[in-house]
Design a protein around this ligand. Structure first.
Ligand code: ADP
Ligand SMILES: Cc1cn([C@H]2C[C@H](O)[C@@H](COP(=O)(O)O)O2)c(=O)[nH]c1=O
Ligand code: ZN
Length: 199
């Protein structure tokens, strides 16, 4: 089984495609995005990485993983801006895709149709377990979807859910270990039941 993208033909052939990396918080989405983008740079491909400007959690400019891996990026407010920066580019990386507008789906399709390799990382579900932003549509149009998993902090199983540990019902709330914990389905359901008892 190939765990991560090491299909070197797909990595280097200059043909458009869309790769989605999805999963819960702390599942390694950003690390995997950085890894693929760095490999593309080693292959002398022209790369550009974008993130939503609202994501100022670890850095205003860089894409940074929970384990402090980082890569320079261009923060943008709207998915349409991506098209302005990608005329001479071979590989486009997009982090925190769940925060982008629904136009991101068309933008990714346009890039891939123009021969660009597009690698998108994002949360597939919000803290309520609902699909997040344009991620479900991106998974639908992707050539390849990699679902990655964190480790459940309660039982050590694979975690697919991001449990919010602070009281706040807004869908968007930036945070890390003080606000969220990755849980497996069983531990997540139990934690949500406990949360509801406290309302
Ligand atoms: N419960 C956990 N399970 C797995 N990794 C964790 C956990 N808590 C912290 N981490 C750290 O998070 C890193 C992944 O960070 P990152 O790539 O930024 O994830 P994501 O973008 O999916 O939130 C791991 O390499 C590990 O060091
Ligand atoms: C579940 C959930 C998360 N967020 C925020 C919290 C973080 O700032 C990002 C996710 O970052 P990561 O790289 O995947 O760790 O999203 C949110 O706003 N709403 C949610 O429901
Ligand atoms: Zn668990």
């Amino acid at each position: 089984m190939v765990l991560f993208s090491e299909d070197h033909i797909q990595e280097t052939r200059r043909r458009g495609r869309i790769e989605v990396i999805c999963g819960s918080m702390f599942s390694g989405k950003t690390e995997e995005l950085i890894r693929r983008m760095k490999r593309a740079k080693f292959a002398k491909q022209r790369v550009e990485i974008f993130k939503p400007a609202i994501d100022t959690r670890y850095s205003e400019e860089d894409v940074v993983s929970h384990d402090s891996h980082s890569i320079a990026s261009t923060p943008i407010d709207s998915s349409a801006s991506i098209l302005l920066f990608t005329s001479e580019i071979d590989v486009v990386g997009i982090d925190e895709a769940q925060f982008f507008d629904s136009g991101l789906v068309d933008v990714c399709n346009q890039l891939a149709n123009n021969g660009i390799r597009v690698i998108v990382a994002g949360l597939d579900m919000d803290f309520k377990g609902n699909p997040f932003g344009p991620m479900p549509q991106l998974c639908a149009i992707a050539d390849e979807v990699s679902k990655v998993h964190a480790i459940c902090v309660k039982c050590g199983q694979l975690a697919s859910f991001s449990h919010r540990t602070v009281k706040n019902e807004k869908q968007v709330l930036l945070g890390e270990t003080s606000e969220y914990e990755p849980l497996c389905r069983e531990c997540y359901l139990r934690a949500r039941e406990e949360d509801e008892k406290q309302i």
